[in-house]
Design a protein. Sequence first.
Length: 526
Amino acid sequence: MGVQLGSMCGRDQVVFGSPVSGRFSDVQGIDQQIGLFSNTLPVVINFNHDQPLLTQLRALQTQQINLMSHDGLGLGEIQRIADVNNLFDTLLVVENYPADQKLLNERYRDLRINNVENRGYTHYPLTILVLPCDNIRILFEYRDVVSQPEQLAQRFIQILTQIINNPELKVPALDLHTEQDRKVITQANQTKVSIPDNSLRDLLQSQAEQTPQRVALKDNLQSLTYQQMRAKVSDVAQGLQQAKSSNTLENRIEFIAVAVPRSCELSIALQAVIEVGGAYLPLDSSYPDERLAFMLEDAKVTTLITTRAQLSRFSKQAFNDIALNIILIESLLEQPLETDVLQDKAITKIKATDPAYVIYTSGSTGKPKGVVVSHQAIVNRLLWMQDTYQLVSEDVVLQKTPSSFDVSVWEFFWPLIEGACLFMADPDAHRDPQAILDTIISENITTLHFVPSMLATFVEHAASSEQLSAINATLKRVFVVEKLYPLGWLSNLNQSAINHYIICTGLLRQRLMSATILLIKQHSRN
């Protein structure tokens, strides 16, 4: 039972209740008393993944026998000592009388036992009864909250069978999947699709050609159609191409650093790097100089796109040993457009396996490590998101995640390959719940991302606002991506007044896929 509870809860420590006779305690005269002294006590199991399960069960049995002299200590007293209202909500009952044929054949003067029936009513969600007889009987009693009792019973039998067949089996080696589980897993993993052999640049160019007059990119200072945006991308791309040629680089994919504050110019710079066949390295201006210098040197960057306001920073001593060709994006955008970008085809051929960008890890376990992501990987991710969540032309995606985090990538590119609009929040807006709230309402934001802590702050702030109805009128998708979530966080979120959440966990940078997707709220707008 402990193994089953542990697998269902994802825990190595489990607690369940087990009734005892209550007659082993040191109570004077208990031998001469008739009646029930029964008690229900908690059984605590701490599983060790390095020991055979049967060895652990034998040790647990010895421990429980040694504790029998304390079976008179009431459950209420134990819960008071533990400062817990309910220690367990499942029960394991092992009957200690033999209901065998000998018992039925025995005569008790003029009385005889004809049959033994065990019938109970559990107050717990789940109770498992073990009845000794010629063949052990196991009964499952359950309440309505147990939705699939048959599968519970199947797993219970599987566990027993595996222990009997292999006494040396360890907990991690147990197979707890029923046949129904395997069918569900097989069906859920029928996800093979044909991915077009396109680069990210192909998708960006194609969408701009299809919807040239639709609004593509906005911030608080400007609004650009797809045609206007691509014209600016072409201006920056031509400047990058000239810089690339002047550096006489080897025939390889160049990593081009981008240090531009969040704005339309940042989106244009990233697209321009992709346009010339490079891979962008985002630089967060909040990072210390030493970290930025390490990233530039480690990625062998020779070209940096930045702004006039940032220029003095990259002239500091920390960057003196790095031969950087610094390009100011304002200068490139001030140049007149020489060609129509929608007719100007690819400058450099891009293969699906070529790098699209590189993002460095936090370095919490040592030096930051650059993770290079290919066009194939990001295209796969973006097409999967579109297949699953269906952006339409009326959607507006809020870009507020710092570009040094991998979540920012789909914010930057998903709307622009689907004919939707990308709104670039102000540089520090991701830290300001009121700024986010105002932007959602004023720009009709339909799609955005939060880290759990900021979403909790935002929900609390929005709850005290009279603008909740306006938020729910526009929002369609709120993505939350994290490896681990705080205790009770999901339940608190589900009780909030914001209607749409999509929870993603275990993001894998290299493959750009979220391991687990859980839609916990989606209310109809009608």
